[in-house]
Design a protein around this ligand. Sequence first.
Ligand code: ADP
Length: 618
Amino acid sequence: MTTASSNKETFEYQAEMKQLLHLIIHSLYTHPEVFLRELISNASDASNKVRYLQMKNDTIIDRNKELKIKIESDEKEHRFSIEDSGIGMSRDDLINNIGTIASSGTLEFLKDAKKAKNDVGEMIGQFGVGFYSAFMVTDEIVVETRHADKDSVGLRWTSSGDGSYSIEEVKREERGTKISFKLKDEFKEYSTDFKIKDTIKKYSNFADFPIHVGKEKVNTIEPLWIKKAKDLKAEELKEFYKFVANDWEDPLDHLHLSLEGVGATFKALLFIPKRAPFELMRTQDHKTVQLYSNRIMIMEDCKDLLPEYLQFIRGVVDTADLSLNVSREMVQSSPVMQKIKTTLTNKILQWLDKMATKNTEKYAEFYKTFGKLFKYGVNSDFANKDKIVDLLRFETSQQKEGVLSSFKTYVSRMKEDQKEIYYLSGESRGQVESNPNMEYFKKHEIEVLYLIDPVDAFIIPSIPEYDKKPIKAVDKGDLDLKEDEKKGEKKDNELSKALIDLFKETLKDKTEDVRTSKRLVDSAVTLVASADGADKHTEHLMKMMGQDAPQSKRILEVNADHPVIRNLSKRYIANDKDPMLNKCILGLFESAQLIDDELVSKNDYVKRMMEIMEEATQ
Ligand code: ADP
């Protein structure tokens, strides 16, 4: 607060806010029409809030005033105004809602989006800064408002968006908000009815309240979800989606539901967005579905209608089973809501399943965008776990990069004598492909699922088997590697037990065990996790996330066929006290650690390698 004259107070914007305004104004020039969409959307939200208070029988002023949005313009003076009879704003509302950036980090996020050459103009509504888009088309905004509260006063907020705003008390009888300004020269067409109507048709046709331009009502207030599925037109579905989701892109897919006799009667029009909304990437605080009761919105964002892992769904759910004047708390705990949630979850999983079989490309697109969130369902929705597991997709060693397989298709390709399902988790396809533990599987062409999304490592422990086949990491110690087992036993004899014992003795504080390997082909040694530990990648991830997972000791597997091991064998027979044996065993062990990113001391390792090289080059 800087100055105060009579009842007018002037406030400075925070520095962040100034930058934000600058950024918005300079990003929007390609989409000046966005301001109209955002102001209508705010007017519509404000009207919804009042309607809700009316239903709850709260004491408010102008109780029976019609809820509508009125746009007026003056072509000669280039003036524009939009007025609603919604909830209005108190002094605190003005300061907190249009004097401050709603959520911290918004500025950074917008900057990044702009740097990445995203169309910031189109996205503006998703950032909760839509109001300011009006500064694109005008140099000064005047907001006159009065809150629905019976003790409220009329207020006028004025700002030229350059660093400060002022608030003063004014005489205003009616509830609601009027926003008015003079358009900049280059945007004067927004003072013509033609341009205004045209823009409303394009962006705001589905607003819940009548929009009047001059004397004419211009929007169709037609709840699409009431229509029969066969009467829904592709174009109007797209438009409707853009309106409810505040998205600028078409949806990936939609689902229309009209259900009776499932313990709840409801209609729903649901969408999967094409792109993850920015809120979803930034926080958990993203919007989901709107809840209506007999065509009247009772909650703008009803997270309780969907389990967390399906909260990428947008759209509308309308039920006749909730009375209009229930409180939000009661909505949340009502058995009707539980029923709807269960039914919706089932229907959405069926929808995804159908997409996965009928349109694999579309499903792959969905999976790429929302898979990370969706997969958590495996751990959280026990009732539907099997269905979700069937919807999981992975790259595999036998399929090209980018091609996704389900457990089901993997199993259908399993070799006759293969009893287990194999996977390897890691950071990337390249990394898992070159892992020594893959050698046996490559040689025998046994398919391995590549779990290269970090989330995979968290869900796989909850899926011990599929189709009665145990699911195992190829870097675990207890694999059923039939074919080479006999060979392995034979090698065990060949590779003197005494040498293995020397390995064990040398590494006794560092490993859980040392064994002859059945899975190595080209590498000399590898480290595997013990049968009861988590797989190695999972352990690394847990550690990265700061979880207290003690690193379990590894099992060192030795490839008896490898020239280095054979040489060591010979040296051991010649002289079992040869100091080189000890150095090589430690060096081999450390090189296996190095590959797994588990090497404790680079210095020790390099020193050891130098000693070995020195001897070799003598
Ligand atoms: P968003 O609408 O995404 O929150 P905005 O910058 O468009 O972001 O608006 C900020 C806030 O200002 C709104 O959330 C609302 O609280 C308030 N607001 C804006 N316009 C109105 C209006 N016409 N009536 C009441 N409140 C409003």
